[in-house]
Design a protein around this ligand. Structure first.
Ligand code: HEC
Ligand code: HEC
Ligand code: HEC
Ligand code: HEC
Ligand code: HEC
Length: 454
């Protein structure tokens, strides 16, 4: 690809220490016209990383690692979050390694501070997002790059003199570093990345609408900040005990979502981190009629102020009902999905959307007919799916293109490293006794931790 070729030319030029400016004079074809990124994307917050943030007075480099020296608990929570894993994410790495991927743009939300970037893009050739003009960044901090959506993304900004300060929302605290208290600015930061709706071209669209979903008229939650659910309040000291600060109102920094973590070992952090399903699920209703069995299940999106699922267009809920014989063998099963359906070619287009709106109740009624053998149990399961097996198969096939050996190996056996989905609800009904057992969240996550694949 064009951008790749340019990169390799770039490296060889560097090695004979020519100035970057000269490079562009010689190698840029005369018809190429550099257009500022701002002009192309009308200053969308994700079109550029935050500017370089210099060391913070009282702290040093604005790495999460440094914040963690005092804010020990908050750091530990954030470490388990999807934000902290937004670069190492195997699915992200796999997509990033595709020659067609606009890496610079992807990194603007996944590693969003200039300090984290090896190269910076201020101009696009002829305004084409696939033809970025990448310039080396002398202030690149490789350690901070690995931190992905790090503390500074939300908390560090520049004052009029170009010094870093902490953006806070509390105001009663006594920190050793400069702070400015602008609660709305901090709390609304989420929308810059989670509410991005943009058509780049026929194949590439950005379709994160969580903020818009929050404003749907069906929504009875009123106008809530994302953090009011995703950063649950608790009382604690904001820093390590040695600093002798009082207990204050604080917020969990685990940013738990739909219960599908990025690594298997993070399953045990879901419930302590604040996971809760957005659904209220009624016990299954059923009726036996000879060889037929009728059933009905009902789920209401009561606790998420946005659609379930939200965010990534590939996510969906899979509901599955199985009937079992007395030995526990499946005799028949039925499935239904709630999610979006996109057509990607020739032009990306949303063709169907059956996600559950805030406040909406979905009822799924059906019947099994003509079951010959005796059946004794119904099992009702809900899976939250992040990655389909068919997409994973593409990733395994394309993994040869991944440069790093370790990543390549992991992606070639992605099912062993990356949870594709989670079981989020399970109910088993004994049809003879009529007794029903609903699994607790702890139990379904224990099962999920040992599952592999879709
Ligand atoms: C040397 C210790 C130390 C380091 C390092 C440190 N902080 Fe703090 N920070 C504090 C203390 C102490 C407070 C005040 C706690 C209190 O009064 O309860 C505080 C308060 C805060 C607040 C709350 C401000 C408010 O009133 O809303 C935020 C946000 C914050 N720090 C973020 C950060 C971030 C982000 C970093 C890393 C870039 C960081 N801190 C690094 C010690 C530190
Ligand atoms: C700079 C961009 C950015 C900002 C700002 C941001 N996020 Fe995120 N967020 C991401 C990215 C990127 C991911 C997904 C990373 C991945 O899956 O690899 C993510 C993931 C999440 C997830 C986890 C979803 C899951 O299924 O694991 C939640 C929840 C979340 N963000 C909530 C928030 C909240 C709340 C805020 C504001 C306080 C916020 N985000 C601000 C970029 C951002
Ligand atoms: C995705 C955005 C985001 C990231 C990343 C983030 N925070 Fe926060 N943080 C917030 C928001 C929003 C609040 C304010 C919550 C409120 O008051 O409603 C907050 C509050 C705080 C506070 C004040 C006390 C509290 O718990 O409310 C401290 C201290 C803090 N963060 C430190 C950190 C540190 C340290 C990191 C990195 C390890 C970090 N934050 C990462 C968004 C973020
Ligand atoms: C009223 C509470 C509430 C508010 C407000 C809220 N969320 Fe959620 N969110 C949830 C719940 C509950 C879930 C888990 C839903 C489920 O899968 O059952 C969730 C899931 C998610 C997920 C995971 C994606 C998925 O479907 O699995 C992301 C990302 C997310 N929320 C982002 C946001 C952002 C960004 C905002 C603000 C624009 C926000 N949320 C506001 C409750 C809330
Ligand atoms: C506008 C900011 C933004 C940009 C630009 C962006 N992402 Fe993301 N990305 C996000 C957010 C926010 C999430 C989390 C959404 C969620 O969990 O629902 C995410 C999640 C992901 C995930 C995880 C999906 C999942 O289901 O777990 C992958 C993979 C990903 N992005 C790849 C990319 C690639 C490749 C690009 C460049 C073509 C890109 N992103 C550009 C904001 C962005």
């Amino acid at each position: 690809m064009f951008s790749y070729k340019r990169r390799s030319i770039f490296l060889s030029i560097l090695s004979i220490s020519l100035a970057a400016g000269l490079f562009y004079c010689i190698f840029t074809k005369p018809k190429d016209k550099p257009i500022p990124v701002e002009d192309v994307f009308s200053q969308a917050p994700w079109s550029k990383p935050l500017p370089y943030l210099p060391p913070l007075a009282g702290v040093g480099e604005v790495r999460a690692e440094n914040c963690g020296k005092c804010h020990v608990e908050i750091y530990a929570e954030w470490k388990t979050s999807t934000h902290a894993n937004a670069l190492s994410d195997l699915q992200f790495q796999s997509e990033l390694s595709k020659p067609s991927s606009p890496r610079w743009l992807c990194l603007n939300c996944h590693t969003p501070v200039a300090n984290q970037r090896e190269t910076l893009v201020d101009y696009l050739n002829n305004g084409d997002y696939r033809s970025p003009i990448e310039e080396p960044n002398p202030k690149f901090d490789p350690k901070m790059k690995e931190e992905a959506v790090t503390c500074a993304v939300c908390h560090v900004r520049l004052d009029e003199n170009g010094n870093s300060y902490i953006l806070g929302a509390n105001g009663k605290t006594k920190p050793p570093h400069p702070v400015k208290i602008v609660p709305d600015q901090l709390r609304n930061r989420c929308l810059d990345c989670h509410n991005a709706n943009y058509i780049l071209d026929d194949q590439l669209v950005c379709a994160f609408n969580t903020g818009i979903e929050l404003e749907q008229k069906e929504n009875s939650h009123g106008k809530l900040a994302c953090g009011s659910c995703h950063m649950r309040e608790l009382q604690r000291k904001l820093v390590k005990p040695e600093l002798n600060t009082p207990i204050r109102t604080s917020h969990k920094h685990s940013f738990i979502g739909g219960g599908v973590p990025k690594k298997f070992e993070l399953y045990e952090k879901q419930i302590p981190g604040g996971y809760r399903s957005g659904l209220t699920i009624e016990p299954i209703l059923w009726k036996k009629k000879g060889n037929d069995l009728e059933y009905s299940v009902s789920l209401k999106n009561e606790k998420a102020a946005h659609n379930i699922p939200t965010g990534d267009p590939e996510r969906f809920l899979l509901l599955k009902i199985s009937i079992l014989d007395p030995e526990g063998r499946s005799l028949a099963d039925k499935e239904i999905k709630f999610g979006q359906e996109w057509e990607w070619y020739p032009k990306a287009k949303l063709v169907a959307d059956t996600r559950i709106l805030p406040g909406e109740t979905k009822v799924w009624m059906d019947l099994f007919t003509g079951i010959e053998k005796g059946y004794s149990k119904i099992v009702f399961e809900i899976y939250h799916i992040r990655l389909k097996e068919s997409n994973a198969e593409h990733m395994r096939k394309n993994s040869e293109k991944v440069k790093s050996y370790q990543l390549r190996k992991k992606i070639s056996e992605i099912e062993n490293h990356y949870p594709f989905s989670s079981l989020v609800h399970k109910e088993a009904v004994d049809l003879n006794s009529g007794k029903s057992r609903i699994y607790s969240p702890e139990e379904v996550f224990r099962i999920s931790k040992n599952r592999r694949g879709e």
